[in-house]
Design a protein around this ligand. Structure first.
Ligand code: NAD
Ligand code: UDP
Length: 317
């Protein structure tokens, strides 16, 4: 009997690639998504596979299925999108986690939560280690996501403490790659789309803030290694690429790789925008034998190719 794996948020950027990898490993996959930021385009090739099922469903509502493991990725990840409906974002993070934990308890199965580097907020400890409790504004414009994800971690931990549920917490640092939505609104897709169309590249603030960018394939490999660990391994583990770049450096590299005529323009920095971010990944290396392999230049080139093909085929609008 094939293992049946539930992926919530499976029509999104990371979820759709995860579904593909699981099918490649011979699993059956149930993809649950309300298509809030995800798109059918991401899963079109998978729909032909008899081992793949798509269920349009909002994780805020309970779900009853028989599954052998759950990856909980449902949640808009781009600030632009998670700030469109703050209340829905909190409900997706918290009620969604609750519903999926109840389902895992019923099925007595492993459940992985796609948590985030945002649990560290605007971090005072650099690079970020898992022991750092973070510096998060509970009442700012990013709070629905940051605090929602923190509460989800708390709920996961509560199910582990109270019911012995085999939980897996990973904290994902800025991940990019093919499959991102052209209107996603995050920095990598914005810069590439702007550069390919010779439009102004919009840097928020003075561009000295840093992020560490992880390529999609590396990240999903780490995620699957985490799921494969024994029940005793719960995390949280940071998953990310420790290479750290300013937004100015990212803009310049994108212009170089696209041969673009774009000019850099500076726009106001949104409030609570973290000034620096870089993962310490020692724990993932030790427990999962994992580290990010793809340099930014290489991953960015592949992502540029993807967006370029969307623009050429008219699918990017
Ligand atoms: P994404 O926006 O492309 O994918 C999220 C998916 O969740 C979309 O398909 C969306 O339609 C779906 N969704 C949203 N709310 C839902 C709901 N209530 N019910 C059902 N489906 C819902 O984002 P992504 O980059 O693929 O992120 C996937 C997960 O990883 C998210 O939980 C995100 O918080 C987490 N994460 C991602 C990053 C990153 O850099 N990509 C970093 C940290 C954490
Ligand atoms: N950013 C930017 N221009 C853009 C989009 C984002 O300069 O067009 C900046 C943003 O202010 C932040 C960084 O890039 O400092 C990363 O933003 P993103 O939304 O990708 O992710 P997050 O802030 O959640 O890490």
């Amino acid at each position: 009997m094939k293992e049946r794996i539930l992926v919530t948020g499976g029509a999104g950027f990371l979820g759709s690639y995860l579904c593909r990898c699981l099918l490649d490993q011979g699993k059956q996959v149930v993809c649950v998504d309300n298509l809030y930021t995800g798109t059918k385009r991401n899963i079109l090739p998978l729909l032909e596979n008899p081992d793949f099922t798509f269920l349009q469903h909002d994780v805020v509502e309970p779900l009853d299925l028989e599954v052998n493991a759950i990856y909980n990725l449902a949640c808009p990840a781009s600030p632009v999108h998670y700030q469109k409906d703050h209340v829905q974002t909190v409900r997706t993070c918290v009620n969604g986690a609750y519903n999926m934990l109840e389902l895992a308890k019923k099925n007595n199965c492993k459940i992985l939560q796609a948590s985030t580097s945002e649990v560290y907020g605007d971090p005072a400890v650099h690079p970020q280690v898992e022991e750092y409790w973070g510096n998060v504004n509970p009442v700012g414009i990013r709070s629905c996501y940051d605090e929602g994800k923190r509460c989800a971690e708390t709920l996961f931990n509560a199910y582990h403490l109270q019911y012995g549920l085999p939980i897996k917490l990973i904290r994902i640092f800025n991940t990019y790659g093919p499959g991102m939505h052209p209107q996603d609104g995050r920095v990598v897709s914005n810069f590439i789309m702007q550069a390919l169309q010779n439009q102004n590249i919009t840097i928020y603030g003075n561009g000295t803030q840093t992020r560490s960018f992880c390529y999609r394939d590396d990240l999903v490999d780490g995620m699957m290694r985490m799921m494969a660990t024994d029940a005793a391994v719960t995390g949280p583990f940071n998953l990310g690429n420790p290479g750290e770049f300013t937004m100015l450096e990212l803009a310049e590299l994108t212009i170089e790789l696209t041969n673009s005529k774009s000019k850099i323009v500076f726009q106001p920095l949104p409030s609570d925008d973290p000034k620096q971010r870089k993962p310490n990944t020692d724990k993932a290396q030790k427990h999962l034998g994992w580290r990010a392999k793809t340099p930014l230049r290489e991953g960015l080139a592949k992502t540029i190719e993807y967006f370029d093909s969307l623009l050429r085929s008219g699918e990017a609008l």
